[in-house]
Design a protein around this ligand. Structure first.
Ligand code: ZN
Length: 104
């Protein structure tokens, strides 16, 4: 029987924008299931967070350097399995792309 998936809630600023599921213990070779925050190297804002909500114990944080929507792509998802993302999160990512490329 496989382990249940870890559940993460994504925040754009302080606004929840959807959920993503990950295999427990597998994320870029890190096995302690971190939550992570996105730090923009241009404006210095922590503009997004992906917070592990289940399992809730043993919380750890990583800070990832990634530009916000105003200074880059503002994407939260890079390399994740889109089938494990909520529809709301996929919509947020699409809107971030459209904001960056308004003339497409
Ligand atoms: Zn920025």
């Amino acid at each position: 029987m496989s382990e249940p998936l870890a559940i993460y809630t994504c925040f754009d600023g302080t606004v929840p924008v959807g959920e993503i599921q990950h295999e427990r213990g597998v994320w870029k070779g890190i096995n302690h299931l971190p939550s992570w925050a996105f730090f923009c190297p241009r404006c210095g804002e922590i503009w997004g967070r992906v917070v592990r909500t289940s399992p809730a114990e043993n919380q750890h944080w990583l800070v990832m350097q990634r530009p916000c929507v105003a200074h880059g792509d503002g994407q939260m998802l890079v390399g994740q399995d889109l089938n494990r993302c909520s529809q709301a999160l996929l919509q947020r990512e699409l809107l971030a792309i459209l904001e960056r490329y308004p003339n497409v």
